[in-house]
Design a protein around this ligand. Structure first.
Ligand SMILES: Nc1ncnc2c1ncn2[C@@H]1O[C@H](COP(=O)(O)OP(=O)(O)OP(=O)(O)O)[C@@H](O)[C@H]1O
Ligand SMILES: [Mg+2]
Length: 334
């Protein structure tokens, strides 16, 4: 019976994933919730809240509790987590599970404590915190406990977390570089400049997911009709956006990520850096799904990049691995 009610939680700025020991991923929803400004009541969480993005009445705010890697609201985080806990457990109704949390390594100790407390308040019996870079590395199949140097670059929503791992510890890191959302912001800027319409976060994301591409296939650009608000008249207008219009602005974001990786490599011990050059860099997080990004980074930095088959769930898969292999992994807990 012992350990059967363990759960793993990858709480990101964009997505929350819950894994249950022995069952794999049980929940994968946007880390977003709609809150009534006046009463502070939570009106919708996750999938139900995402449909409200960009179209909420003035008395409702949409909150991303971990936006930009820090904890913005304790109470909301706690209630949101309680909702996820109930939903992921379904009718099994596991009583007070032990929670393995994978949190951004950039959180301060105070934030870490606050988040951990929120999750205890929401119904967990105990919490164990694992650095998200370590969880992602494990999920991508790297043996992080050996003395080789590994580099994991997790392109999340708000930030890109660049980390060098050796012997189960993060030995060099930078988490100041932009995450995947910045590619959407770049797209919104191009659409505004070239087509004179303003689009929201959700539309920009849709364009990115449909035709965001850094592979420079100029022969047959994709195109998509996009509706926004006309800058001059303030009225809705539909324009045709082509994929090749977007590439160069998006490349600038990739460039910022490449620079961050470069700096971390420069600050890594030579032996560990040599391991990384030999074995390559692992790219995880939703941003790793952007076509052409890993090749572009590889060409810039002259290091091979690899992307696991489902990069966005790497940290959650890593948590499952941790729950199944607790012995031998003692060194990784924060
Ligand atoms: N197919 C795709 N192509 C390009 N970008 C994508 C794709 N799927 C998801 N993304 C982007 O990935 C980002 C979210 O990644 P992820 O779910 O790993 O973030 P997170 O773990 O919640 O955030 P963080 O780790 O920063 O806390 C978003 O910017 C999203 O738009
Ligand atoms: Mg993440």
């Amino acid at each position: 019976m012992l350990g059967r009610d363990d759960i793993g939680v990858d709480f990101g700025t964009s997505t929350c994933l819950v894994t249950i020991k022995g069952r794999g991923i049980a929940l994968r929803e946007p880390a977003l919730c709609a809150v009534d400004k006046n009463t502070r009541n939570i009106l919708a969480v996750g999938d139900d809240a995402i449909s409200m993005l960009g179209r909420v009445p003035p008395n409702i705010v949409l909150v991303r509790p971990l936006k930009h890697g820090s904890v913005s609201d304790y109470d909301i985080t706690m209630r949101m987590f309680r909702y996820y806990l109930r939903k992921s457990q379904g009718r099994r109704n596991v009583f007070r599970p032990r929670a393995f949390l994978c949190l951004p390594g950039s959180l301060t100790d105070v934030e870490l404590r606050s988040l951990s407390d929120a999750i205890l308040d929401a119904g967990a019996r105990r919490t164990q915190v694992i650095d998200s870079a370590i969880a992602s590395a494990l999920g991508a199949g790297l043996d992080v406990t050996n003395s080789y140097g590994h580099m994991i670059v997790d392109i999340g929503g708000g930030i890109t977390d660049i980390a060098v791992i050796a012997r189960g510890r993060v030995v060099a890191r930078d988490s100041t570089r932009p995450g995947g959302d910045r590619f959407s912001e770049a797209i919104a800027r191009v659409v505004r400049r070239k087509h004179s319409i303003v689009i929201g976060e959700r539309t920009a994301d849709e364009i990115k997911l449909t035709m965001g591409d850094l592979t420079k296939k100029t022969d047959t650009p994709m195109q998509m009709s996009v509706t926004g608000r006309n800058l001059a008249l303030g009225l809705p207008r539909t324009v045709l956006v082509k994929s090749n219009e977007l590439a160069s602005e998006m490349e600038e974001v990739a460039q910022e990520i490449a620079e961050g990786i470069h700096i971390v490599l420069e600050n890594t011990l030579p032996e560990l850096a040599a391991d990384i050059f030999e074995h390559g860099i692992t790219l995880t997080g939703g941003g790793a799904l952007l076509p052409g990004l890993s090749d572009l980074l590889g060409a810039q930095l002259k290091v091979p990049f690899r992307v696991p088959s489902d990069p966005q769930t790497a940290a959650a898969v890593g948590l499952s691995y941790v729950m199944d292999n607790l012995e031998g992994l003692e060194s990784i807990f924060r």
